[in-house]
Design a binder for this molecule. Structure first.
Ligand SMILES: [Zn+2]
Ligand SMILES: [Zn+2]
Length: 119
């Protein structure tokens, strides 16, 4: 049975993963904010965030299981921008900001993230 691991990006929302994919992962370690899993088929390591209220769980590909980190704000912002369809030429309306806005919003990624938007 093929596990899809090689088709997946470096980071993704758990809800975007192929149906049933994470059921093939075995939990290896439990950290403070996330758990480390290993694929039963291809032995790829993945970190998956603990569920947080109203936040989608983020999955991160881990190359070195001895030095793994859960998804930080930078990869969460990248995922959020991507899931909203990228950025536009329009400047952010936040006072003194002016950075490019995220598609169909009035804020840049930093300020959109500050409003609590996560997906
Ligand atoms: Zn796999
Ligand atoms: Zn801004």
């Amino acid at each position: 049975m093929s596990c899809h691991c090689t088709d997946l990006p470096e980071t993704l929302y758990l809800q975007q993963a192929p149906h049933g994919w994470h059921h093939r992962l075995l939990q290896k370690t439990c950290g403070q904010h996330a758990s480390l899993f290993q694929c039963a088929d291809c032995e790829q390591y993945w970190a998956i965030d603990f569920p947080r209220r109203e936040e989608p769980q983020v999955v991160t590909r881990i190359s070195d299981p001895d030095q793994w980190q859960p998804a930080g704000d930078a990869s969460r912002k990248q995922l959020l921008t991507h899931s909203r369809g990228g950025t536009t030429e329009t400047p952010c309306i936040w006072a003194g900001c002016g950075a490019p806005t995220v598609h169909q919003t009035i804020y840049c990624i930093d300020h959109l993230y500050e409003t609590g938007a996560r997906i």
